[in-house]
Design a protein around this ligand. Structure first.
Ligand SMILES: Nc1nc2c(ncn2[C@@H]2O[C@H](COP(=O)(O)OP(=O)(O)OP(=O)(O)O)[C@@H](O)[C@H]2O)c(=O)[nH]1
Ligand SMILES: [Mg+2]
Length: 419
């Protein structure tokens, strides 16, 4: 397959026929909501094990990272006597939560049981059993890490990445001393010790109250992301709620690859008109971006997105949105004879993806809730500030950063879907 992106005017659509294009058949064939659902279902499962003594703040951390209130509501299912399991609702994430580790007791048997659980699951043939990372929670200023905990962490590290999370951390020299004390148990390379305060806290002292802001969650999330295997990074980015940047990173990758698929479509001698394929790819792209944000919208679809991008009348003639975006690309000229070549098609697609990503970034800041009218308004606002010249440059800069075979795979799938 020829993957040289030239400036060949191979797209058969012109401004005239794109305007009249009946994209409803494509919208019908590629149902946005169902697709998002399927995309989410296909995301790789991620399993996290959260170990720590009773009351240190394990559940509070999970709730803060995923912005849910699940661990306290008692929906955990026992896996073994000392390990229970929670699912993050509407996501492929499962939390294994330790149970029964107590201060001042000999926890050796329980720790052994938990370690064996990880070992067994990680040698299972079923990839869904695999536990990807351990957050080992220790209360700041509480008791030191017991020797059997140190041994457990050392053994776990042979199998999975481990982060020692210092919970309810007040910071300052006391925390630093505590961390240094813990570090002595490990080799110098072990730096994954992260102090956090998952929720703000008021501490009473003899001299009055001390307000401690929440902190450290972002570092926990970013470090975990770095340590997780490639296969589950996207899942983690989509459902954690501390770093919008991580979600956008995956969404941006989708913008680039799907725009690449449009460019690939434009250089192939296709028996059918290419513009429906471009729109099909754009639908698939927005589906993918939605999944990157862990959103499952029930109240808007691709038509909403195009309406938002093209103004209030775009829903009636969807092609008009593409035309209005097209006209903004410098050097494209005006008039009815303009054909969409590889670079132009990719630029429009890239712009649609980028604007949508930007809007979803603010949606997740607002609890992930948005209705159709608000979505249209947000896109309308975002598209006003789009510099298509800059988009073109950005696409040009990134077009070699993805694998060509991935773009071609997308193209093939979309062709199959709309045929
Ligand atoms: N303000 C504040 N309170 C916290 C924090 N972490 C834990 N707590 C409080 O400490 C108590 C215990 O927290 P949990 O998260 O339930 O602890 P856990 O480790 O899950 O406890 P078990 O499930 O019983 O083993 C609760 O009252 C929490 O509100 C925090 O970061 N900030
Ligand atoms: Mg708990």
């Amino acid at each position: 397959m020829n993957t040289n992106f030239g400036d060949i005017d191979d797209f058969s659509a012109t401004l005239e026929n794109i305007d009249d294009l009946d994209v409803y058949a494509i919208l019908e064939k590629m149902k946005f909501g169902d697709r998002v659902e399927r995309k989410i279902e296909k995301m790789n499962n991620l399993n996290i094990i959260n170990i720590g003594k009773t009351g240190v703040g394990k559940s509070t951390i999970i709730n803060a990272v995923f912005c849910r209130n699940l661990a306290k509501t008692g929906i955990g299912r026992p896996v073994t006597q000392h390990c229970q399991l929670y699912s993050i609702p509407d996501s492929p994430i499962t939390i294994y939560d330790s149970k029964g580790l107590e201060t001042g007791r000999d926890n050796t048997t329980i720790l052994e049981e938990i370690y064996n659980r990880v070992k067994t699951q990680n040698s299972s043939e079923n990839i869904n059993d695999y536990i990807h990372i351990c957050w080992y929670c220790v209360l700041d200023g509480g008791n030191r890490l017991d020797q059997n905990e140190v041994e457990t962490i050392k053994k776990l590290r042979q199998i999975i990445p481990v982060i020692i999370v210092i919970t309810q951390s007040v910071g300052g020299h006391r925390t630093n001393d505590f961390i240094n004390e813990i570090k002595k148990n490990f080799d110098a390379n072990f730096v994954n010790i992260i102090p956090i305060m998952a929720l703000p806290k008021v501490e009473e002292s003899d001299f009055g109250q001390m307000n401690i802001k929440s902190h450290g969650l972002d570092k926990l999330v970013k470090t975990s992301y770095e340590l997780l295997p490639e296969s589950v990074k996207k899942t983690f980015a989509a459902y954690q709620q501390s770093s919008i940047e991580l979600k956008s990173k995956h969404a941006f990758r989708a913008c680039t690859i799907y725009s690449g698929a449009v460019a690939a479509a434009a250089i192939q001698p296709l028996p059918i008109a290419d513009t429906p394929i471009m729109i099909g790819i754009q639908i698939a792209m927005t589906v993918n971006i939605t999944a990157c944000f862990g959103l499952k919208p029930s109240n808007f679809n691709f038509k909403t997105i195009l309406s938002g991008l093209g103004g209030p009348f775009a829903a009636a003639v969807v092609g008009r949105t593409l035309v209005s975006l097209l006209k903004l690309i410098p050097g494209i000229g005006t008039g009815a004879g303009i054909a969409i070549n590889a670079a132009t098609g990719a630029t429009i697609t890239f712009a649609i993806g980028s604007v949508y990503t930007k809007v979803l970034s603010s949606v997740v800041k607002n609890n992930g809730k948005i209705d159709e009218a608000e979505m249209i308004e947000a896109l309308n606002e975002a598209v006003k500030n789009v510099d298509m010249g800059a988009m073109k440059k950005e696409w040009e800069k990134n077009k070699n950063s993805y694998s060509k075979s991935e773009a071609e795979q997308i193209l093939l799938e979309v062709k199959k879907d709309i045929d």
